[in-house]
Design a binder for this molecule. Structure first.
Ligand SMILES: [Zn+2]
Length: 313
């Protein structure tokens, strides 16, 4: 059976799957990234994991995978297939696409984790059918994927979509990126957890706990939540003024609050726009499988696109 290999590498865990022609996940596996062992060992672990999946596919379906797709965090150059920089994996300029292609003997596509997850949300998830979308996961940080006609824009240097580092509070909280007042310092799940822990006096209280306190009407929680929603709406309005998306897909840990987030967020965005068209603001649909499904789409795209060297004029 025709299938591809999909791998989603995170800071702590790796998810992998064999994906069938119809997009179905045929076989799924998870493994620790093991970053404490160092960058070389992480790389070796990824190549071994992919090779094991490859062997499993041959054994199970009687033929080799047609291609492989892999999504990694950090700065990714999709054109050269290089993992340029990943702080949490200790990588600099790793030619991951070539290394994986050598090991597996199949064509490989390399993608950025959030853009790859966005590709899946846009094509087969919450943005299905939308020709222009923006996917914004609110997790430890905030990133974005700009979807245009079935693909995700990477930018000239692989930096497109970094909405978490739009300054929404000039002169505000310092951000590890070097600026002050970045969106992700106010509206990421981590930022909300931090603000709520300080407000309620419980160092272990997190964003999910804050959302529950908001739902039960706790005034301190309502204040913390409103500050996050206001910052988020400021950042999103900047993005939609620039990009005019049809659908705005919000994912990540903070979006798990459901209508506790979406109802005030839609309202805050609506209050801010003047001439801009309001996009549909919807929750992500694929959860933490988005990266793996997106890696599968990148791999399947390789099968559908003829090799330029084989195209004759
Ligand atoms: Zn920043």
């Amino acid at each position: 059976m025709r299938h591809v290999i999909a791998l989603d590498v995170g800071g702590t865990g790796m998810k992998a799957a064999l994906v069938g022609d119809d997009g179905a996940l045929l076989h799924r596996a998870r493994r620790a990234t093991g970053r404490a062992r160092g960058p070389e060992a992480v790389l070796a672990g990824i190549l071994d994991f992919a090779a094991e999946l490859h062997a499993h596919g041959v054994e199970q379906y009687g033929e080799s995978a047609g291609a492989a797709g892999i999504a990694v965090p950090g700065i990714v150059d999709e054109h050269t297939g290089t993992a340029v920089y990943a702080a949490n994996l200790g990588w600099r300029d790793v030619p991951l696409r070539a290394l994986l292609a050598d090991r597996l003997g199949v064509p490989v596509a390399l993608g950025h984790d959030v853009r790859t997850g966005g590709l899946a949300e846009g094509r087969i998830g919450a943005g299905r059918g939308a020709d222009r979308f923006l996917f914004v996961p609110l997790g430890t940080g905030i990133a974005g994927a700009i979807g245009i006609d079935g693909r995700v824009e990477a930018g000239a240097h692989g930096f497109a979509g970094e909405i978490g580092h739009i300054v929404v509070r000039p002169g505000g909280a310092p951000c590890p990126c070097g600026q002050r007042g970045c969106l992700e310092r106010y509206a990421s799940a981590s930022a909300v957890s931090e603000a709520w822990a300080a407000a309620c006096g419980d160092p272990d209280a997190d964003a999910a706990h804050c959302a529950r306190a908001v739902a039960s009407g706790d005034p301190d929680a309502v204040r913390v939540w409103r500050e996050a929603v206001d910052a988020l709406a400021d950042g999103l309005v900047t993005a939609l003024t620039l990009l005019d998306p049809r659908t705005l897909i919000i994912g990540g840990g903070l979006a798990e609050a459901g209508e506790v987030l979406f109802q005030p967020l839609r309202e805050a965005v609506r209050r801010r726009v003047t001439f801009q068209k309001l996009p549909a603001i919807v929750p992500a649909a694929l959860g933490d499988t988005a990266g793996c499904l997106g890696a599968g789409l990148l791999a399947r795209d390789l099968l559908d696109t003829p090799d330029p060297s084989e195209v004759t004029a």
